[in-house]
Design a protein around this ligand. Structure first.
Ligand SMILES: Nc1ncnc2c1ncn2[C@@H]1O[C@H](COP(=O)(O)OP(=O)(O)O)[C@@H](O)[C@H]1O
Ligand SMILES: [Mg+2]
Length: 265
């Protein structure tokens, strides 16, 4: 890492990407992506479909390995981690995938306690997710109350509305007591009012707990309203990385417009 890049890092740095490139065969998903995210920052990741948002977030929890550059998370070099250390690291990050990743026919409480998967190992987590003990249920209940669905604790997850299921996914991430939450378009499948509720809830909880939050989202209005910092991706490159209230005019429009080259194929 160059001296200049190191100078940007501090003990408060949670994520750092340096000239990261990711390729899937001949498809280049990320190119020369560099950025540093500090503890407690709320970062909205925006960009059209295929611009690399999911790949970006997956790099940060080690589900995707870069083909170039370096990713450091919570002070650890991702490329150098053995499987066990990677699992430990993942346990310190809450990940909310685009499809939420809930098990539909389990009860809400069972989905929430699987948030401890990384920490307990597979069999421990399986046991507590199927048969949570009193303490586990108590903690799940207080978190479910925090996200506004305490009364749903013993319902089957697939009986809940889309907005409520998003809250279960948020609760599952919080159950893990993560240092940072990575959320991949968790609000893309519900109506705008429900989406707003969930984004508002997640950003509020992150602020209260001093937790770092990186969320990709399609709704530019919500991005601007709730995230002080916005990173725009286009064609796998960082098109802008700026304070939401200091974005250059037309930045979003340029992100979503096609260039002549792209139009002509
Ligand atoms: N596992 C994969 N295998 C092959 N191509 C992939 C894979 N994941 C993503 N891509 C490609 O990488 C590019 C970026 O995808 P993605 O990160 O999912 O973007 P976004 O989340 O912004 O829609 C796209 O062209 C996509 O088709
Ligand atoms: Mg995506």
């Amino acid at each position: 890492m160059t001296a200049e890049k190191r100078a940007l890092e501090s003990p408060e740095t949670i994520f750092s990407l340096e000239e990261v490139g990711v390729a899937f065969g001949s498809v280049v998903a990320l190119r020369e992506v560099s950025c540093v995210v500090a503890k407690g920052e709320l970062v909205g990741l925006v960009g059209p479909s295929g611009s690399g948002k999911t790949t970006f977030l997956r790099c940060l929890n080690g589900m995707v390995s870069p083909s170039a550059g370096a990713v450091r998370v919570l002070g650890l070099e991702m490329g150098a981690l053995a499987d066990a250390s990677l699992r430990d690291l993942r346990a310190r990050l809450g990940f909310i995938p685009q499809d939420l990743g809930l098990v539909p026919n389990l009860r809400v409480v069972q989905n929430v306690v699987t948030g401890r998967f990384g920490k307990q190992g597979f069999f421990g987590a399986l046991k507590s997710s199927l048969f949570p003990d009193r303490g586990e249920k108590g903690r799940a209940f207080s978190i479910l109350k925090r996200v506004g669905i305490g009364e749903k604790i013993f319902e089957r997850t697939d009986r809940l509305s889309g907005g409520q299921q998003q809250r279960v996914a948020v609760a599952r991430a919080l159950y893990q007591r993560p240092e940072a939450i990575l959320a991949d378009e968790p609000v893309s499948s519900v109506d705008p009012a429900r989406a707003r509720d969930t984004v508002s809830l997640l950003t509020e909880v992150a602020k209260e707990e001093g937790m770092t939050l990186m969320m990709s989202l399609h709704n530019l209005e919500l991005a601007r309203e709730f995230f002080p910092r916005l990173i725009g991706l286009r064609g796998g490159r960082v098109a802008f990385d700026a304070a939401a209230d200091a974005l250059p005019a037309g930045a979003f429009e340029r992100l979503y417009s096609l260039s002549e080259e792209e139009l002509l194929g």
